[in-house]
Design a protein around this ligand. Sequence first.
Ligand SMILES: *Cc1c(COP(=O)(O)O)cnc(C)c1O
Length: 172
Amino acid sequence: LLEERFGFGKCLLTTSCTDALEMAAILIDIKKGDEGIVPSYTFVSTANAFALRGAKIVFADSRADCPNIDEHRIEALITSRTKAIVPVHYAGVACNMDKIMQLAEKYGLFVVEDAAQAIDSYYVDNNGSKKALGTIGHLAAFSFQETKNISCGEEGMLANNDPVFKKRSEVI
Ligand SMILES: *Cc1c(COP(=O)(O)O)cnc(C)c1O
């Protein structure tokens, strides 16, 4: 239902968004010495999932108008060790995904959307097309915890938007 309704790649239900983020870090093969760019304002598991695999967490400051990552501060933080950008769509407000995906393509990085708060939230891209949040990055993590938009008490979901992850994701 979630794949059809929102256009996500292969979806796997998890016990939490934290687990989905931890799976994402394993799937993109985060190792000691890698760096992940994360917004400075978020829930701890956005950073922890990557720190657990040995990544150095590089925090990008928020925009002036909302707590989302300031897309204009990301490029200066990218180094030869950067492996992932993890935008958080705070309160379901979309990050600037055109800019973030453009940087990811330019530097060969993965984008893991922390869409914990963003089920049924949308991004209108530079071409005017409306996309569900969590369909744009290579991977996306959702939460159905009790404080989120849709609650199952606990639970979460990993969307594998790049088919390259599908098989390993099912094994993990
Ligand atoms: C709630 C939340 C999480 C963690 O979700 P759980 O399902 O409780 O593990 C991760 N990131 C953000 C931005 C959240 O709001």
